[in-house]
Design a protein around this ligand. Structure first.
Ligand SMILES: Cc1cc2nc3c(=O)[nH]c(=O)nc-3n(C[C@H](O)[C@H](O)[C@H](O)COP(=O)(O)OP(=O)(O)OC[C@H]3O[C@@H](n4cnc5c(N)ncnc54)[C@H](O)[C@@H]3O)c2cc1C
Length: 354
């Protein structure tokens, strides 16, 4: 019998899962997305080889997507500008909106936009869901891929709410007029850049460890104070900060929960494990969730609740380890040498499969 799967949320995780399930065949997939249209969320997404492997598993090969190689990062002492480490990292960097549209392409016809679930009831043999447009449906499995403020997590699992992870961050983008082709960061982890959009754009980040909302009112020019003596590639970024490009300020929040699955309902992506972007892993870990979910939900003769319990058991430890490492790295921002282990952590086995 055809299995009916509802995915709540057409972000990176939900769309990746829809791709995997559609490719597998005998699954009727419905995706509901609250937003009427996809809009630019203003940030860059790095994907390591492990995440690209998850995409391949879902039948998705990076093609026709603007993705810049993220091959190496040079760390500079913030006081002396002396380069202190060059780290290798196998991966690419792209923009969230472009990745989302790329994932949307093969499954857009499955997505009902401008709609949310309003009630959900797991009756045992199936899940009954009512939607905000007055329609309703019965499903064999429901996956809440509805992001850090997940309605599914709140409604089905009773929370928890996101908590502050110890730093805020400001992101901004400026033209790459100097033709830089590397990633660079101060070794205390506060200031960094990488290139984006086919090498035409510098994506800058300023991490602001401390209380929530610290330095929220400061302009980028003010945040550039203290970096005036920096030489090398980061000096271009500091110069660009003084031109006051549009900056996006955010407190970094995370979601830590052991409640990933119950009966026929499960959480995936940020809904299950939103994490600090410090190690650039959040989206990729969601893609890995989608790959495992897609594989288990399409196994023959395996009841959906059993598949979802297996998914949670396999993915939760791996995802939580990456989350813990991301959080620990966030708490070290500002300390001497804080950034030096970044890519070792990001590329270590713990960031990976499951
Ligand atoms: C500043 C910053 C930088 C980051 N950098 C990186 C990085 O370099 N590398 C990396 O891997 N990750 C990074 N991340 C994390 C990454 O963006 C997220 O982990 C990823 O987008 C999560 O995808 P998702 O699909 O699980 O959730 P989301 O992308 O949040 O998607 C959830 C979707 O569900 C929809 N939705 C919400 N509620 C409902 C509802 N009730 N009904 C229907 N639809 C709903 C939303 O509109 C949205 O489309 C970063 C995050 C931030 C904040």
């Amino acid at each position: 019998m055809t299995r009916r799967v509802l995915i709540i949320g057409a972000g990176l995780t939900g769309l990746a899962l829809a791709n995997g399930l559609r490719r597998a065949g005998d699954i009727e997939v419905t995706v509901v997305e609250q937003a009427p249209v996809i809009t630019e969320a203003g940030w860059a997404i790095s994907l390591t080889d492990r995440h690209l492997e998850a995409l391949r598993h879902l039948g998705l090969v990076l093609r026709d997507l603007t993705a810049d190689p993220l091959a190496r990062t040079i760390m500079f002492d913030p006081n002396t500008s002396v380069p202190v480490r060059i780290t290798a990292m196998d991966g690419v960097v792209t923009t969230r909106s472009e990745l989302q549209l790329w994932l949307w392409g093969p499954v857009g016809d499955l997505v009902r936009t401008g709609i949310t679930a309003v009630t959900i009831n797991d009756s045992g043999p199936h899940v009954e869901v009512a939607f905000s447009d007055g329609t309703s449906g019965e499903f064999d499995a429901v996956v809440g891929a509805d992001g850090i403020n997940s309605w599914t997590r709140r409604t089905v699992f009773g929370g928890p709410d996101p908590t502050y992870a110890g730093s805020a961050v400001v992101r901004f983008q400026v033209p790459n007029t100097g033709g830089l082709d590397l990633a660079a960061m101060t070794s205390d982890g506060r200031l960094g850049l990488f290139v984006l959009n086919g090498g035409t754009t510098l994506h800058g980040v300023v991490f602001l460890p401390g209380e929530p909302d610290n330095n929220r009112d400061r302009t980028l020019t003010e945040l550039a104070e203290g970096y005036g003596d920096l030489r090398g590639p980061l000096a271009s970024l500091v110069k660009a900060m003084r031109t006051e490009p549009v900056g996006f300020y955010a407190n970094i929040n995370q979601v830590v929960t052991d409640k990933w699955a119950a009966g026929r309902i499960a959480l995936a992506g940020d809904a299950a494990h939103a994490m600090s972007p410090r190690l650039g892993q959040g989206a990729g870990v969601g893609l890995q969730d989608a790959a495992v979910l897609s594989e288990l939900l399409t196994l023959p003769d395996l009841p959906a609740p059993v598949a979802l319990a297996g998914y949670a058991g396999i993915r939760r430890p791996a995802a939580q380890l990456v989350q813990q490492r991301s959080h620990a790295a966030t708490l070290r921002i500002g300390q001497a040498g804080a950034a030096l282990e970044l890519h070792t952590l990001a590329n270590s086995g713990a960031a990976g499969s499951g």
